[in-house]
Ligand binder design. Structure first.
Ligand code: HEC
Length: 201
């Protein structure tokens, strides 16, 4: 027991063995490394500049569940999209996006969210909503996302606040959504677009 304690003590004091001089040397080395890094960045621009869609990242659409609910849908295991988008989804639109559902033209600032949940089949005829899988997001900014029809695409895993899509995946989103070009690249339709009692304007 005693030998163990001594051993721990020795490790601990070794761990703290970084004296003031060491700390200063480390700080100096870090400063140099940062300076070199900064210089390298300034001196050599990336050979393959990122496309507009890649930077800056799309922000998590905070508060989206308070936006207008457009529709819900269910993708079951019989469909090819099931592994990636299967489950129960709800689509939400911010006020700018509602204009798009009405007119077919989505103004810059429009944001759409596809909120996807697993399902739980209790076997007695009731299928309930399970845990969230992820949210898919579309953000309209004609200048920033020119290369993909003016829409930027992002995906946030449940509980995460950072977009996890890779460029090839984003291209996949854009390619499929481009097939709805006559509808502003948006698939869903808002059943209440023309209904005054459901309209918020
Ligand atoms: C193979 C075609 C396809 C691909 C790939 C695809 N989507 Fe969609 N997406 C759809 C369809 C169809 C809907 C409409 C679902 C509904 O009406 O319930 C939709 C709906 C949406 C919506 C709600 C707005 C709308 O268009 O109705 C968002 C947001 C969205 N998708 C984002 C994404 C993102 C992000 C990706 C890439 C990770 C992606 N989608 C990939 C077909 C696709």
């Amino acid at each position: 027991m005693r030998a163990d304690r001594d051993g721990d003590g020795a490790r601990a004091s070794n761990g703290r063995g970084c004296g003031r001089a060491d700390a200063i040397a480390l700080a100096a080395a870090l400063a140099l490394a940062l300076a070199i890094g900064g210089f390298a960045q300034a001196a050599s621009p990336p050979a393959d500049p990122p496309r507009a869609q890649d930077a800056p990242a799309i922000a998590f659409p905070a508060g989206y569940s308070m936006w207008t609910h457009i529709k819900s849908g269910l993708i079951t295991s019989g469909h090819a999209a099931y592994p990636r988008f299967g489950g129960l989804h709800h689509i939400y639109a911010n006020p700018a996006a509602l204009q798009g559902y009405r007119s077919g033209e989505y103004p810059d600032g429009a944001v759409l969210v596809y909120d996807l949940f697993e399902t739980r089949d209790s076997g007695d005829g009731i299928v309930d909503q399970g845990p969230r899988r992820h949210i898919d997001v579309m953000v309209k900014d004609s200048a920033r996302f020119k290369a993909s029809g003016g829409w930027g695409y992002a995906e946030f895993a449940a509980g995460e606040r950072a977009d996890r899509l890779k460029t090839a995946e984003r291209d996949g989103c854009a390619a499929c959504h481009a097939s709805r070009q006559q509808h502003g690249d948006v698939f869903s339709e808002w059943p209440n677009a023309g209904a005054r009692e459901h309209s918020d304007s």
